[in-house]
Design a protein around this ligand. Structure first.
Ligand code: ADP
Ligand code: MG
Length: 616
């Protein structure tokens, strides 16, 4: 049989390599920014169009390339950064694989202009799908400009695989943040579809963080500094009270390179032990400097994972450095043994940022209180009393939500739907016997036996369907706030809120203004306590960041899910008898009572037969 093995032509090999290096426009952004940094640039501009799908351009004032180097830079395994494998362990540059430009040029239209300081003129190279279209001498300033157009033009499958512009743009901005945070000594600017989105002058680290995440960030930062023989740690952690439900602002840099490390993340989380409310994540911006010989960056093509020689020591040092800072800056939990238990933060408030509720309490007790129709503003403070049970049902019915719920009416309504939603076997007996066990589950009897409901999931389902209904019929009822509520966000978060603004309005939110950093709210959905608003929005932003909805439909769904999650009664909350019954009735009035919005089981049943078997 004839020989069948052939060497792949270069352009094919490059396309395959590109699959690893370039997943999306953000990957191009990362590679080009890193090249500019490696070229010792002090000013770097990033220009993107259509989330980078149409154009990613990086202009730097770095050292530029000679005529030969300019041509060679697009060859695979062409790099000026290492010469031997040994150099891998003395790395001081971002790049070293010599693959990025070759890969990018294989799957896009690329134009390079570059000039070294001492040269009169520079070079321009146009290259499309690995083939050189032109190479000529041009007049261009010192440094390098690379524009990458029409990414994946020759691989339609990959192009179709890209997400919506909103999603891809988020990835691009994330990448920009990571690089900009690692290099406060370089000035960065980002132009998005023709407008300047970020302009970050050379500054110290704290200022760089603030320039990216907004002025409000400044007061949240606690410095961390530690120098040992094996490791230098510098940077900031966020104060515990500003911790968020999402992992948004968590940045580790090792020798100026952004890395992901669940292990080291755990070290920080454990330093915050006891200081955070459950489910909250601390923010951190930490730079670790280690001897390049003690790490291996070569284990992942995008180089975001790093292997450390001695992870255990790093873990311990990091943990104690962060602990030390939190202690030194007096950020300890307030342990007040003489406090009056009745003044405890109600469960509903447990995950609240600390600043807002204080204002909230004052507001609820101000002399204008009479002007509230139903006293909704204070409901969250009296969570345990049955009279405010209705506050659990946000935007329940478009009409009638402003007044307290009439229980008999609700009961009647749910009985009807119970029949259709639930077959006869499982129908809840019309007795009033429900029990709560461990402040977690509601137990009730049904014809065939016994029903156990997960209170948190069940309530999520109820709220979710209510929100979804309001969003669809666009009839969420809103309650006016006495004083407008001013909330601070980073520009990135504001962007997400702007995208969801219309939907949020359908649930009952009223925005009086949305500016660069501040959102002013004058109305909130009925029964959403004012003090919960910032948690809800924060959770929502986190959810959108994590799940990045692609279509409008999924954005609506995500909004309903997220709000339901934030507002649902939690496990651990004790419920009065009528609250329990109400929950059961409302659950079985839902369209899909069996599962929570995230598809988790809301209740289980156990038949008398099954019970009998257990007693054999
Ligand atoms: P690597 O960065 O791994 O070396 P790249 O494909 O990204 O590989 O780049 C190849 C080479 O091109 C680099 O080693 C560098 O010498 C040169 N180069 C790339 N971008 C720039 C730039 N912006 N300024 C100067 N030289 C550059
Ligand atoms: Mg590179």
């Amino acid at each position: 049989m004839a020989d069948i093995i052939q060497l792949l032509p270069d352009h094919v090999a490059n396309q395959i390599a590109a699959g690893e290096v370039v997943q999306r426009p953000a990957s191009v952004v990362k590679e080009l920014l890193e090249n500019a940094i490696d070229a010792n640039a002090t000013v770097i501009k990033l220009i993107i169009k259509d989330a980078g799908k149409t154009l990613v351009q990086v202009i730097d004032n770095g050292k530029g390339m000679s005529t030969t180097d300019a041509r060679l830079s697009f060859e695979r395994h062409a790099t000026s950064k290492i010469r031997t494998a040994d150099d891998l362990f003395h790395l001081h540059t971002k790049g070293f694989r010599g693959e990025a430009l070759a890969s990018i040029a294989a799957i896009a239209h690329v134009e390079l202009k570059t000039k070294q300081e001492q040269d009169e003129v520079g070079n321009s190279i146009v290259i499309e799908g690995s083939s050189i279209v032109s190479q000529e001498v041009v007049v261009t300033p010192k440094g390098t400009s690379i524009s990458v157009k029409n990414l994946f033009f020759n691989i339609p499958a990959r192009r179709n695989f890209l997400k919506s512009n909103a999603v891809e743009q988020r990835h691009v901005i994330d990448e920009f943040h990571r690089v900009a945070l690692a290099h406060p000594n370089i000035s960065f600017a980002l132009y998005n579809n023709g407008s300047e989105t970020f302009n970050l002058p050379i500054s110290n680290y704290r200022q760089r963080i603030v320039n990216i995440f907004g002025n409000k960030t400044n007061e949240k930062l606690v410095p961390v500094e530690e120098v040992t023989e094996v490791l230098k740690i510098s940077g900031f952690v966020g104060k515990p009270e500003y911790a968020k439900k999402t992992r948004g602002e968590q940045y580790f840099f090792v020798n100026d390179r952004f890395i992901k490390s669940p292990y080291l993340n755990h070290a920080i989380a454990s330093a915050f032990d006891g200081l955070l409310k459950s489910g909250n994540h601390p923010s951190y911006f930490l730079n670790l400097t280690v001897d390049p010989q003690t790490i291996d960056i070569n284990i992942h093509p995008t180089k975001t994972e790093v292997k450390f020689d001695d992870e255990h020591t790093l873990y311990a040092l990091l943990r104690s450095a962060v602990k030390h800072s939190l202690g030194q800056f007096n950020i300890a939990p307030v342990l007040d043994f003489e406090r009056d238990a009745s003044l405890d933060t109600p469960y509903h408030f447990n995950n609240k940022e600390s600043s807002t509720p204080v204002i909230e309490v004052d507001r609820s007790f101000n002399p204008f209180k009479e002007s509230y129709a139903s006293g909704k503003q204070t409901t969250a403070f009296k969570k345990e009393t049955p009279s405010n049970w209705d506050s659990l049902y946000v935007g329940l019915e478009s009409k009638g939500t402003k007044t307290d719920l009439d229980f008999s009416e609700v009961h009647f309504e749910s009985e009807e739907t119970t029949i259709s939603a639930f077959n006869d076997e499982n129908k809840i007996e019309q007795t009033k016997t429900t029990y709560q066990i461990h402040n977690k589950y509601i137990v009730s009897t049904i014809k065939s036996g016994m029903l156990v409901i997960d209170q948190h999931r069940a309530h999520q389902r109820i709220l979710y369907e209510d929100f979804l209904k309001n969003l669809t019929i666009k009839e969420g009822v809103s309650q006016q706030l006495l004083f407008p509520l001013e909330l601070h966000f980073s520009s990135q978060e504001i962007q997400i809120i702007s995208q969801l603004k219309e939907d949020l309005e359908h649930t009952g939110f009223v925005f009086s203004s949305v500016t660069n950093e501040i959102v002013e709210i004058t109305g909130v959905p009925v029964s959403v306590p004012e003090s919960e608003v910032s948690i809800i929005l924060e959770q929502l932003i986190g959810d959108v960041e994590n799940e990045v909805p692609d279509t409008h439909f999924s954005a609506t769904d995500l909004l309903a899910k997220s709000m339901a999650k934030s507002l649902a009664i939690k496990r651990g909350q004790s419920l009065q008898k009528d609250e329990q019954e109400h929950l059961v009735n409302k659950l079985f009035a839902c369209k899909e009572p069996n599962v929570s919005p995230t598809n988790r089981t809301t209740f289980i049943t156990m038949s008398v037969d099954e019970l009998d078997k257990k007693f054999i």
